[in-house]
Design a protein. Structure first.
Length: 134
């Protein structure tokens, strides 16, 4: 799959090639109107960007991914774990950038979602983040 090839390229240090493959994937999902795969592709791209310290780009992709997942939650709770996971990264980035109110709001949403899902280790992880930023 494109995702696996992009991961291999990233591991080889070919970040721009990996991101280019991610962008191709995003264009395909956009063209076919597949919102959930688009949200995941945005999240995957953001993770590559974070790993390579492209934080501004990563935040933009996380924000779009989070927005899509939150929209999907209006019709189904199937994407709750994904929304909370993206929120965990996004909330952390916001808090680290000094935007604590917005970041903590998103982190608190992630805690509540992870509690509903019984993801106790993730709840503890987010609670530890919140303690650092409070």
């Amino acid at each position: 799959s494109i995702e696996k090839i992009a991961g291999i390229k990233n591991d080889m240090g070919k970040v721009h090639e990996a991101l280019k493959l991610g962008n191709i994937k995003l264009m395909l999902f956009h063209e076919f109107g597949d919102t959930e795969p688009k949200a995941k592709a945005l999240w995957d791209t953001a993770k590559v960007e974070i790993e390579n310290r492209l934080l501004h780009d990563a935040y933009k992709h996380l924000e779009k991914s989070y927005s899509i997942y939150m929209e999907l939650l209006n019709t189904s709770t199937l994407h709750l774990k994904s929304a909370c996971s993206v929120g965990l990264l996004m909330g952390y980035m916001l808090c680290a950038a000094g935007l604590k109110d917005k970041g903590l709001e998103i982190l608190n949403f992630s805690i509540e979602g992870f509690k509903k899902l019984g993801e106790n280790k993730l709840v503890q992880r987010v609670e530890a983040m919140i303690r650092v930023f409070s």
